[in-house]
Design a protein. Sequence first.
Length: 69
Amino acid sequence: SPPPVDKLAEALQGVTSVLIIEQCHTPQFYRYLRAHFELPGQVELFHRAGPLLIRPGEIVEKIKQWSAS
């Protein structure tokens, strides 16, 4: 803290959609980002409480579902 607002703004330049992935019961990281940054375009959230980790294949499947809609 404080969050690197300028660096994230630069990294998101030209981005039209954002997928936020977090291993948490509530979308804490998503809320943190929304409080400090203007996220561009369409924002999708994928979160799940542990103890089982989100697997890479699940992320790929989420991206496929999201891009198909």
